[in-house]
Design a protein around this ligand. Structure first.
Ligand code: FES
Length: 361
């Protein structure tokens, strides 16, 4: 009589073939799509419109969620046209809230931010990763704080403000929030609610595009910093916003304690380059050669040609996209440095091709 070969000869192989966790996930998913033994899945319990281009997604995660600290971000994976795509979003809620929330502003050409704003509805399931990031308070919270927020950079700052509110903070806080217009203020009602509950908070909205009577207008300048924070040397500053605002803030705040969180895609962080011709990129694992212009990040140029390497934050934070460059030279988009020609690991979301390359992809 014939025996079942896997069970009899190779029990380990048989178990591998069975993939017990996959089966468990399958059956649990049938009971409730949020259930899983391996993945942090979260049900969308509400979608709130913040502005014309920004929504807050309220999420109830499953038992694998380990919590977060105010100011941290979380990887969110969605499936778009059969492809799983991950992006990082700051949590705008407080760790003690019964549900999590992310607040997502549509980015021009942003695949996931547009998908979330257009398609995500109550009852949907999103997959999350673990929270991370060091845009958080140290153990001892400073007595004098200045938050500089630009656009959707308000999201982690909103969570930090809620943290101060819940910890009965007694210091002094100024929030300078730069947005295009009054209508673009994100999380406005919640910010105003925090302000009305505490004595220590001053919120100053600054409109860059559409001035409004009774409000500040323009961009970040030394004058506005000093107007609202005459004592900058003894203030701890938290900056979160687009790269030009961050660069400006760092140059104006020399000698001041600053913690910053970048909030833009890398291609928007560097000056645009126009290049003549293309260079070859040989992908050594898939034995493919493609031509790229070296005008954008390698990740973007690969994706434009239908090649989708693993990626997460797309801004040089999470290291999901790291791959080995075997030969060739790249530019680091975060600082403009051009690499040597030899072998090294690179983050393809924040590097662009300078010469022909061989990548272990
Ligand atoms: S995708 Fe996160 S570092 Fe590149």
């Amino acid at each position: 009589m014939k025996t079942f070969p896997f069970i009899y000869n190779e029990p380990k192989e048989f178990l591998k073939f069975l993939q017990p966790k996959d089966w468990a996930n399958f059956f649990l998913g049938e009971i409730n799509p949020r259930f899983s033994v391996t993945a942090i899945k979260a049900k969308v319990v509400a979608v709130k419109e913040e502005t014309a281009d920004t929504k807050t997604i309220v999420l109830k995660p499953n038992w694998l969620w380990k919590g977060f600290q105010s100011g941290q971000h979380v990887p969110v994976t969605v499936e778009i046209a059969g492809r799983r795509i991950t992006r990082f979003y700051s949590l705008s809620s407080h760790p003690s809230d019964s549900n999590l929330q992310i607040t997502v502003k549509r980015q021009k050409g942003g695949l996931v931010s547009n998908f979330i704003n257009q398609n995500i509805k109550k009852g949907d399931i999103l997959e999350l990763g673990e929270a991370s990031g060091d845009f958080v308070f140290s153990k001892e919270i400073p007595k004098q704080l200045l938050f500089l927020a630009g656009g959707s950079g308000i999201t982690p700052i909103h969570s930090l403000l809620k943290d101060l509110e819940k910890s009965n903070y007694t210091g002094k806080v100024t929030l300078l929030y730069f947005v295009r217009s009054y209508e673009d203020i994100i999380l406005k009602s919640s910010l105003e609610k925090i302000k009305s509950n505490v004595k220590w908070l001053n919120i100053v909205y600054v409109f860059s595009d559409v001035p409004k009577e009774g409000y500040e207008s323009g961009f970040l300048t030394k004058e506005i910093l000093e107007k609202y924070n005459p004592d900058l040397k003894s203030t701890s500053v938290y900056v979160c916003g687009p790269s030009p605002m961050q660069t400006k803030a760092l140059s104006l705040l020399e000698g001041v304690k600053v913690k910053s969180e970048l909030f833009l895609l890398p291609s928007q962080n560097v000056s645009n380059v126009k290049k003549e011709g293309t260079v070859d990129v040989f992908l050594t694992l898939s034995h493919k050669t493609i031509q790229v212009k070296g005008e954008k990040s390698l990740l973007e140029e690969l994706e434009e040609q239908g090649i989708y390497p693993q990626s997460g934050c797309r801004m040089g934070i999470c290291h999901t996209c790291v791959c080995k460059k075997q030969t060739g030279s790249v530019t680091d988009l975060s600082n403009g440095e051009v690499s040597e020609l030899g072998e090294e690991n690179i983050q393809i979301c924040v590097t662009r091709a300078e010469s022909s390359l061989e990548l272990e992809l």
